[in-house]
Design a protein around this ligand. Structure first.
Ligand SMILES: [Zn+2]
Length: 477
């Protein structure tokens, strides 16, 4: 035996030597095979390494399980032993292995517990080890389940099917949802608000501007799973589109430019939900607290003309500066130019040019545009009904949003004049959630949205503490 003190009796010398002998013999045989590449050697040794590691990990995991105090994980009351050494099966990165741990009854909570499970990072009725949970979560956030299952097999040797990957991702998404909900609940009490605010780490910063951008996009969901064929025969639609509300938050000083003049934001907060607008409102407020809402000298909200954005801004971010995306505003003028003067005509161009300039360059440019539009009602003779209606619509738009069009002043302060950042955020979410031929159930997409958002918010370590430990260990070396 290798000395107990050093190796904790995790593997016997005999076993280790047998492994080494077997591996070297396999290598020798392999080296005689024609057309052998380095890749073949890597595959062989990866599989052999897993064979060695599995029993070591099993012994170490058992030690970890055995040393856990036999107390209720919720109230710390000593448990009454119900079954000693109850077994369960685990999927770990090296394969499958059994584990035993004590199982008991908490008289206070009136529930059964296996405290070792909690300490090891295992979930009830799920075989995935923490590392396997993380791999499932990561693959599912990045792409479709069938592709993720295939990648897992090739890269790590994990035997996921699309269905088992889906199940595991849902389980992890549920955990992400719980974390999110805990923070939302905190945002509803004074003490909780203070706690979220403290977590922002912005207390000692020089005065800063917090930017909040909001947008919404559509996700395709399907009802009546499994009944599609029958319903299609009756010509009933099983698909529908559902809004996903999205927000992104960052400090103005966190926005910079790369050497290639590409805009980058070093740290950002994210919110994405297909739940109600009310739920989104709570979530974005919570995330804003976590990003320094209470410490910010200026809060700037950006979005397109969608009225829900501005209602939300008024109700939840009172006193914040509001700015409607310049590109969208210009689109409104382009549209009116087409209606009044025809698409791409010289007249349309000539009419547009000064108006676009007012918006960009004048202090009260939006007011100038509005006055010009009002004037058109009398100066333009013989408008068609369509033209009249469009003009009226744009006058309404500029009247509603005029105060949100301070582009010249915004530029002077180095602030964004558009909501391009959240639009690109929405596109990034869509590249996962709008894959061709993909449908989502309301539960399925919300859990995965929560998981993807947890990742984006750099809170991955809250579910997978080992991910933080790994990078800390690497940095120490
Ligand atoms: Zn208890």
């Amino acid at each position: 035996m290798i000395s107990d003190n050093v190796n904790g009796n995790l593997i016997s010398t005999a076993r280790f030597e047998a492994w080494a002998e077997g591996t070297l013999a396999q290598l020798a045989t392999a080296l005689q095979t024609p057309d052998l590449t380095l890749g073949h050697l890597e595959e062989l040794l990866q599989a052999q390494a897993a064979r060695l590691m599995l029993p070591i990990l099993r012994a170490a995991a058992q030690k970890l399980a055995d040393r856990q105090p036999f107390c209720c994980p919720h109230c710390q009351t000593p448990l009454r032993l119900h079954e000693a050494g109850r077994g369960r099966h685990l999927d770990v990165v090296f394969g499958s292995m059994p584990l035993t741990r004590d199982y008991g009854w908490c008289p206070k909570c009136r529930t059964y517990h296996a405290p070792a499970d909690q300490a090891l990072g295992l979930q009830a009725k799920a075989p995935a080890s923490p590392k396997v949970q993380e791999i499932a979560a990561l693959l599912s956030v990045r792409g479709p389940y069938h592709a993720g299952a295939e990648d897992a097999r090739r890269l790590s040797g994990l035997e996921f099917s699309a269905a088992s990957l889906h199940r595991e991702a849902q389980r992890q998404g549920q955990r992400a949802l719980q974390l999110r909900q805990q923070d939302v609940e905190r945002s509803k009490t004074m003490a909780g608000v203070a706690e979220l605010s403290a977590r922002s780490g912005t207390q000692h910063l020089a005065p800063f501007t917090l930017i909040i951008q909001m947008d919404a996009w559509n996700i395709r969901e399907r009802d009546h799973w499994g009944e599609t064929q029958a319903l299609r025969k009756q010509q009933l639609d099983t698909q529908r589109w559902h809004w996903v509300f999205t927000g992104t938050l960052f400090r103005l000083d966190q926005r910079g430019e790369t050497a290639g003049q590409r805009r980058v934001i070093t740290q950002r907060g994210y919110v994405a939900t297909r739940q109600s607008l009310e739920s989104f409102t709570h979530q974005i407020y919570t995330e804003a607290l976590l990003r320094g809402l209470l410490q910010a000298q200026t809060v700037l909200i950006l979005g397109d003309g969608a009225i829900w954005i501005w209602n939300l801004a008024d109700s939840r971010f009172r006193g914040a500066k509001q700015r409607v995306d310049l590109f969208h505003v210009k689109e409104h003028l382009h549209e009116l130019a087409r209606t009044l003067y025809g698409a791409n005509t010289p007249e349309a161009q000539a009419w547009l040019k000064p108006l676009l300039h007012y918006l960009d360059q004048r202090k009260d440019g939006a007011l100038d545009v509005l006055e010009h539009l009002q004037g058109l009602k009398t100066t333009l003779q013989q408008m068609t009904d369509t033209q009249k209606a469009d003009l009226e619509r744009q006058v309404g738009y500029f009247t509603t949003h005029r105060q949100r069009m301070d582009y010249k002043a915004g530029r002077k302060l180095g602030e964004p004049v558009g909501s391009g950042v959240v639009e690109s955020t929405a596109r990034q979410y869509q590249s996962r959630f709008k894959c061709t031929g993909q449908f989502w159930t309301p539960e399925g997409d919300e859990t995965l949205l929560a998981l993807a958002t947890l990742k984006r918010n750099e809170r991955w370590h809250l579910l997978y503490p080992h991910s933080l430990r790994a990078s800390a260990v690497e940095n120490a070396n």
